[in-house]
Design a protein around this ligand. Structure first.
Ligand code: SF4
Ligand code: SF4
Ligand code: SF4
Length: 179
């Protein structure tokens, strides 16, 4: 069984927000909310500064605190692709998962349940890439199986420098940023 992840090339991301708009349209994300967003980070000391622009979303962590703290089982690891998902009709809106996520990746949907990136499993099951990946004009996002040694994501991770967000949180995120 696959273990899906994403590799994002920060050298190619231009911060155009097309991924954000594509996600909102594909997943009927209510106005004013988003499952993905653009972050910018300046590193180094003047004058040797570098700026990283990156698209962020739920990291579908291998050690997800949002799942272990959920009192109802609404937040769970889905067998298909080993992704972290929320079953809306099991969610009581207690927000324990929101408090536990170090990435601020979840929000309360106006209908009362918690929502977040699903890795577009409905598209992946049809053999398509997630919506954000498929619209990116610079092709900076790669989606694939981290357990398949021959996958494009693993080829990139083997050949390029990369990092994850807040590794010290111990969640073992599955979105990798190429630098
Ligand atoms: Fe859970 Fe947050 Fe990790 Fe997503 S990024 S799996 S919401 S802890
Ligand atoms: Fe679980 Fe919903 Fe509570 Fe989150 S808000 S911990 S998904 S019941
Ligand atoms: Fe949105 Fe799908 Fe991309 Fe997640 S994978 S950010 S749900 S478009």
């Amino acid at each position: 069984m696959a273990r899906f992840g994403m590799v994002i090339d920060t050298r190619k991301c231009v911060g155009c927000q097309d991924c954000v708009v594509a996600c909102q349209t594909e997943n009927q994300v209510p106005q004013g909310y988003c499952r993905d967003w653009i972050a910018t980070e300046v590193r180094g000391t003047f004058p040797a500064l570098t700026m990283e622009i990156r698209t962020e979303r739920c990291n579908h962590c291998d050690n997800p605190p949002c799942v272990s703290c959920c009192p109802t089982g609404a937040s769970h690891v889905e067998e298909f692709g080993h992704t972290v998902q929320v079953t809306a009709n099991k969610c009581i809106g207690c927000k324990a998962c929101i408090a536990s996520c170090p990435y601020d990746a979840r929000f309360v949907h106006p209908q009362g349940y918690v929502d977040k990136c699903t890795f577009c499993l409905h598209r992946v099951k049809e053999g398509k890439d997630p919506a954000c990946v498929s619209v990116c004009p610079t092709h900076c996002m790669y989606f694939g199986d981290l357990d398949d040694p021959k996958s494009e994501v693993n080829r990139l991770l083997a050949t390029r420098k990369h990092h994850t967000l807040l590794p010290e949180a111990g969640t073992r995120p599955r979105i990798f940023y190429l630098t």
